[in-house]
Design a protein around this ligand. Structure first.
Ligand code: SME
Length: 158
């Protein structure tokens, strides 16, 4: 896999369309989940410049901070807590246009204004989540959900 990430200068959808095959190619050559999460976080952060991009992994019935790009973050999140714990419990993608309107949102950094959390499944069980924070309101929509779910499906494949 080349070290040079190609980044589209087009729309959000075009950025994802250029990013996705590069993620696919990268993951095909590596089976270690942490290594793959680390590179995927870097690729998403480099493509979009989001404030925080990272993973939490399910470890002994808690979400534990994994590879990420951005400021330091909370290390452990309980079932059903915050946006991450909600996405884990409900096993669905959660889009939060304004974190102040999400009851129980866990503020790791006061600069975060909107957020998306996508579960990662392996054999139909949630094994972790992808969490992306933006320092702007209303950053994430169905396009993000659709492509980030594809990325998380690739990560969940063994
Ligand atoms: N805001 C998240 C916590 C993780 S940080 O944003 C990195 C939540 O409410 O679950």
């Amino acid at each position: 896999m080349a070290e040079n990430l190609v980044i589209s200068t087009g729309s959000k959808e075009e950025k994802y369309k250029v990013l996705l095959p590069q993620i696919k190619a990268l993951l095909e050559g590596e089976t270690d989940l942490i290594a793959n999460m680390a590179n995927v976080a870097a690729m998403i952060k480099s493509t979009f410049g989001f404030f925080w991009v990272g993973f939490y992994r399910l470890q002994e019935e808690m979400l534990v901070l994994g590879p990420f790009q951005g400021p330091i973050a909370c290390t452990r999140i309980r079932y059903g807590k915050g946006v991450c714990g909600t996405a884990w419990r409900d096993a669905v993608t959660v889009i939060v246009p304004n974190v102040d309107d999400f009851p129980g949102h866990i503020a790791c950094n006061s600069a975060s204004k909107s957020e998306i959390v996508v579960p990662i499944f392996r054999k139909e069980l949630v094994i972790g989540v992808l969490d992306i924070d933006s320092d702007q309101l209303n950053t994430f929509d169905e396009t993000d959900a659709r492509y980030l779910e594809k990325i998380c499906r690739l990560l969940g494949e063994e």
